[in-house]
Design a protein around this ligand. Structure first.
Ligand SMILES: *Cc1c(COP(=O)(O)O)cnc(C)c1O
Length: 418
C-alpha cells in the first residue's frame, strides 16, 4: 500500500472510508488506523529478511491496542513487550507466548513470574540483579528462565537524544565487559537458559550505517561468547527503523536487510528484530476539530480539540507531524498559524508557525503519522478522557477502543476516612 491515507473527491480517506464519515459517527478527537497498512509494513520487513531464519517481534508499546496486536499476530508477527500489562494484552489478542520477548530495565518479581508461567521465548536481561531475580523466580517455580542479554554496543544512531539508547551513558543494556561476565554467571545458573544476545540502539534511525557498525561489534562479541561454551540461538538487533514524518529519507526494509545481509546470513543464529514505529507510525492519524481561531496582533492560533495529552510527541521531543485539513477543496489557499490544544500549558502544541490549508472554526484537521507513540503515550491530564480508536479495513471501519468518559476517570477516587 502506497499510503493508508489518501485524498479522494477532495477529502481524506483511510483506505476506502471517508474520514469525515467516521468522525460524524465517533466524534473527535479520534485516532484512525489502517489495518492493511500494519500488515503491509510487517510483510515488507518479513519478506526482506527471507534469506535468514528470523522472527519479527512488533514492539507493543508503540501501539498496543489488542485489535492491532491481533492483526499483526494473524500476519505472523511476534511481539516485544516491556511490562506485565503488555503481556496480558498480547495474550488477550491470542498471541503464541513462544513468539514473545520481554525487555525493559525494571521488570518486577510479579511480572517475571507471570512471564515464566506463560512460557515466553525469552527475557532481555539488562542488569546483574535482574538476572539473579529471574533465576530465583524460575527456581521457585521449578521452571527455566530463558534469557538474552542486552549489550550496549556504544554507537551513535544519529537520532534525537531522547530516543538514543545504545550509547555508553544510556540506562539500557550492559557494556560488553559486564555483559560477558553476566553470560558466564548465567551459564552457571541451573534455572537459567541462555539463549540469545540483544541490542537496541535507538529510535527513528534513518540510515543503515549505525546498524552495520553496531552489528559488526556484536559479531566479535558473539564469537567470544560462543568460545566460552555458550550456545546462542538468537541474535536480536532491536527496533528503531525510521519513517517519514516530514522529509526524511529512511532506508527501506529491503535496503536495510541487504545492508546487514553479509554480516548475518551465515551466522547460524535466528535473527530477531523489534520494529515499532516502522510498522505503526504511518498506519494512523489523529483527527481533531477546530474549536476557535484566535488572532493576536502578531500571531494566529488554531485551537483544536485534541491536545498534548492525546499526542505528546511534539511537546516531548519537538517532533514534527504533518498537519492538514480533512477537506482538501481549498484552491491552494494557506495560512500560517500555531496549532494548539486546550490544555493549560505553553507546551501544548502540535505545530508552531506552520503553513496549513486555510481552516475555519468547526473544521476537521488531520495530524499525520500518529499511529506510533500516540494513543499509547496519552494521558488524562486536565481530566481529559482519552480519544476513541478506530480501525479501517477496506470499506469497513470499527471502533477498537471506545472514547473514555469522565466517570471512568474518577472511578476509584474517594474522600479520606476523616
Ligand atoms: C521501544 C523499543 C522498540 C521499538 O522501537 P521503534 O523505534 O519504535 O522501532 C524496540 N525494542 C525495544 C527494547 C524498545 O524499547
Amino acid at each position: 500500500m502506497e499510503s493508508a491515507f489518501q485524498v479522494k473527491n477532495n477529502e481524506y480517506h483511510c483506505e476506502n472510508v471517508s474520514v469525515k464519515e467516521i468522525v460524524q459517527k465517533v466524534g473527535t478527537p479520534a485516532f484512525i488506523y489502517s489495518q492493511n497498512y500494519f500488515v503491509d509494513r510487517f510483510k515488507e520487513l518479513d519478506e526482506a529478511f527471507s534469506y535468514v531464519p528470523h522472527l519479527i517481534c512488533y514492539s507493543v508499546k508503540t501501539n498496543s491496542n489488542i485489535a492491532v496486536c491481533k492483526t499483526l499476530s494473524d500476519a505472523g508477527s511476534g511481539f516485544d513487550i516491556v511490562s506485565g500489562g503488555e503481556l496480558q494484552r498480547v495474550l488477550k489478542a491470542g498471541v503464541d507466548p513462544q513468539k514473545v520477548v520481554f525487555a525493559g530495565v525494571g521488570k518486577t518479581e510479579d511480572e517475571i513470574e507471570l512471564a515464566i508461567n506463560t512460557g515466553i521465548l525469552f527475557f532481555t536481561v539488562e542488569s546483574e540483579p535482574e538476572l539473579r531475580l529471574i533465576a530465583q523466580v524460575a527456581e521457585r517455580l521449578g521452571k527455566k528462565g530463558p534469557v538474552a542479554i542486552r549489550v550496549n554496543p556504544d554507537v551513535d544512531p544519529q537520532t534525537h537524544k531522547y530516543i538514543t539508547t545504545g550509547k555508553a551513558e544510556s540506562k539500557f543494556g550492559l557494556d560488553i565487559d559486564r555483559a560477558k561476565q553476566l553470560f558466564n554467571e548465567a551459564k552457571g545458573l541451573s534455572s537459567i537458559d541462555v539463549v540469545g544476545i540483544q541490542m537496541h540502539i535507538g529510535s527513528q534511525i534513518t540510515k543503515t550505517s549505525p546498524y552495520v557498525d553496531a552489528i559488526k561489534k556484536m559479531l566479535v562479541w558473539i564469537e567470544d561468547i560462543r568460545t566460552q561454551g555458550i550456545d546462542l540461538k538468537y541474535f536480536d538487533i532491536g527496533g528503531g527503523l525510521g519513517i517519514v514524518y516530514e522529509e526524511e529519507q529512511p532506508a527501506t526494509a529491503a535496503e536495510f536487510a541487504e545492508a546487514i545481509r553479509p554480516l548475518i546470513e551465515d551466522l547460524g543464529l535466528t535473527l530477531m528484530m523489534e520494529p515499532g514505529r516502522f510498522i505503526a507510525g504511518n498506519a494512523g492519524v489523529l483527527v481533531s476539530k477546530v474549536i476557535y481561531i484566535k488572532e493576536n496582533p502578531t500571531k494566529k492560533f488554531v485551537i483544536v480539540d485534541a491536545a498534548m495529552n492525546d499526542l505528546i510527541r511534539p511537546s516531548l521531543y519537538e517532533a514534527y507531524h504533518e498537519i492538514t485539513t480533512v477537506d482538501q477543496n481549498k484552491n491552494g489557499s494557506e495560512m500560517v498559524a500555531d496549532i494548539v490544544g486546550p490544555i493549560c500549558e505553553t507546551g501544548d502544541f502540535f505545530a508552531k508557525a506552520r503553513s496549513i490549508p486555510v481552516v475555519e472554526e468547526g473544521e476537521l484537521i488531520l495530524v499525520k503519522s500518529a499511529g506510533a507513540y500516540g494513543f499509547t503515550m496519552a494521558s488524562n491530564y486536565n481530566t481529559r478522557p482519552r480519544a476513541v480508536e478506530v480501525l479501517v479495513n477496506g470499506d469497513k471501519y470499527s471502533v477498537i477502543k471506545e472514547r473514555e468518559n469522565v466517570d471512568q476517570l474518577i472511578a476509584g477516587e474517594k474522600f479520606p476516612e476523616w
